[in-house]
Design a binder for this molecule. Structure first.
Ligand code: PPE
Length: 296
């Protein structure tokens, strides 16, 4: 926290922390995987860059350099001696003065790490999850900046998640203000149609995911056609395959959307191929993508 290693139980903040009241925080979600050469952080540079961009969008002055943050992330993992973990760096307006002007408060930076298994369950990862199109609309760039990974944005995700769970589904899918598919509450989305991989463009209001970016590269390298295109709800229903990507969700197949079975109703062949490749890459088994791994 703010440059010092702090024991888990002592990692506390004041109840009048600005970010706690007004959502004035930006964060990241990163995974560290165990490889044959030891623990490695997946796409660390990309995550730190996105954190800096999120801070920039929020006009928050980051009190640490890019390399300071990257090194602190590695040191936190190393110190905790865990081989596989989830990493949560957060930059937030701290304690000082209440009221909407956050600038009277210090910008704090904390990095937490903990073991985090599958996001949507083991079964979900293998066979797919059942999804509900949310009645909540993905935040629009005129309301809050969807490309920033900002704490405030996640209330939109929390509402969508709760609605999906309460309706008996595993996960939500959010449409944007234009009515086309944006993403999951914490995941990007892909569909497969006639052998072609499609994901919504940046203008859809989805967060630009590092996992999504990696999957697009892996797909191209496997000679799978990839396009960024608007996806209608109807196209989602008619897709041959569909899946989510995310640091937490990794590559999770979607087997049902609002009562419509997607493809065979289990993991599709292209999804399986990309999922297998993804796990091979993050676990350091493909030397071609070692550049994405930062050994701790
Ligand atoms: N969209 C949203 C809204 C999102 O939260 C994430 C990550 C993604 C797309 C995928 O981005 P990337 O991780 O760079 O591939 N969601 C993070 C938070 C999950 C949580 O529940 O907390 C994550 O996966 O770490």
């Amino acid at each position: 926290m703010n440059g010092k290693l702090v024991d888990w139980d002592d990692a506390k903040i004041h109840v009048l922390t600005h970010a706690f009241h007004y959502g004035t925080a930006v964060f990241e979600g990163i995974r560290c995987y165990n490889t044959t050469k030891g623990p490695a952080i997946f796409r660390l540079d990309g995550h730190v860059k996105r954190l800096e961009n999120s801070a920039k969008i929020h006009m928050m002055h980051l009190p640490f350099s890019t390399s300071d943050i990257a090194n602190a992330i590695k040191e936190t993992v190393r110190t905790n001696k865990i081989k596989e973990c989830y990493i949560r760096p957060i930059v937030f307006y701290g304690y000082g003065e209440m009221g909407l002007n956050p600038r009277k408060n210090p910008v704090n930076v904390a990095i937490a790490v903990w073991p985090w298994g599958t996001y949507l369950g083991e079964e979900g990862l293998k066979k797919g999850v059942r999804c509900k199109i949310s009645s909540w609309i993905r935040i629009d760039t005129r309301i809050l900046p969807p490309l920033a990974k900002s704490s405030a944005n996640y209330l939109n995700s929390v509402f969508a998640k709760l609605e999906a769970l309460d309706c008996g589904f595993d996960e939500a899918i959010l449409l944007n203000m234009g009515g086309s598919v944006a993403e999951g509450p914490g995941e990007n989305i892909f569909i497969v149609k006639d052998g072609c991989l499609v994901t919504p463009p940046r203008s859809s209001g989805a967060l630009y995911g590092l996992t999504m970016d990696s999957i697009m590269t892996l797909a191209k390298d496997l000679s799978i056609t990839v396009v960024e295109n608007e996806i209608l709800r109807d196209e989602l229903f008619m897709a041959d395959e569909a899946f989510f990507t995310g640091t937490a969700a990794e590559v999770t197949p979607i087997r049902e959307v609002d009562g419509r079975k997607i493809g065979s109703g289990s993991i599709g062949p292209i999804t399986k191929k990309l999922q297998d490749k993804f796990f091979e890459v993050v676990k350091g088994k493909d030397p071609k993508y070692q550049k994405w791994l930062d050994f701790v």
